[in-house]
Design a protein around this ligand. Sequence first.
Ligand code: NAP
Length: 264
Amino acid sequence: MTTADDLFSVAGQSVLISGGSRGIGRAIAEGFAERGARVIISSRNPETLGQAAEEMRQAGLSVESVVCDVSSEEEITQAVEQVLGTAGHIDTLVNVAGVNRRKRAETVTTEDYDFIMDTNLRGAFLLSRAVGRHMIERGSGAQINIQSLNTWMPLKGVLPYAMSKFGMQGMTRALALEWGPRGVRVNSLSPGFILTDLTRKLWSDKTMQEWNAANAPLGRLGVPDDMVGTAIFLASRASAFMTGQTLYVDGGFSSGWNWPIPLD
Ligand code: NAP
């Protein structure tokens, strides 16, 4: 018999999280570690990464770190080898690493495009593939891709970012098709508007705050901790019959359009 606790348990899992040093990735890392998972966080900057891991360890959590820029195939190969060398296996991969640059479409440079796509889409694919090969060999594993509201409907001014997140949606579903029969589940979590380093400047603007207050069904911006429950769900047996899906954790934004129609 499965108890409620077993159903959502990630205790004992080995979990690799790209972009785990800050923001959404860090909250998810802490969420897994607090529930007994062995967590390995990765990102580009050794100082912030090491510091994040150290802070989590000081809080009594089982967290290791491995420096890895997901835009480098070589670094991904080395990082995955290193993680497998120390942890032995990976139960769950969370593809969080992501970047953005807000610009008008006609001013997006080729370098902007490559920078965003190489991290958000190519990087996520390379990491999924490297870890996926290992998961297929074991015949089990879960992968969680962090998408965006841009997968539901693109926002103005973030063309390459929206393209990368649409691509991630395609990757999630295509991998689910191929890897489902091999025991590997692939799903996505799409955060709404979450206050992090990536978005802090944007949401310090009063007009933006007013727009959110007027349009967000749950009436507030999200915080990184809002992502934890869904990530745990997607990694646990509670979602054992789910693959290729995208869950929006967005305060209700994707439920529909708000419009200024007068109502009694
Ligand atoms: P954030 O606070 O800027 O954190 C980004 C994380 O990714 C950091 O750990 C960063 O560490 C790492 N990173 C960036 N480029 C990388 C690379 N090439 N290789 C490895 N790691 C890299 O951003 P966030 O807001 O938490 O966003 C995390 C994810 O959620 C992104 O995929 C983003 O698109 C998505 N998202 C965010 C929001 C939001 O409102 N915040 C909404 C929807 C989706 P280093 O700088 O040290 O590499």
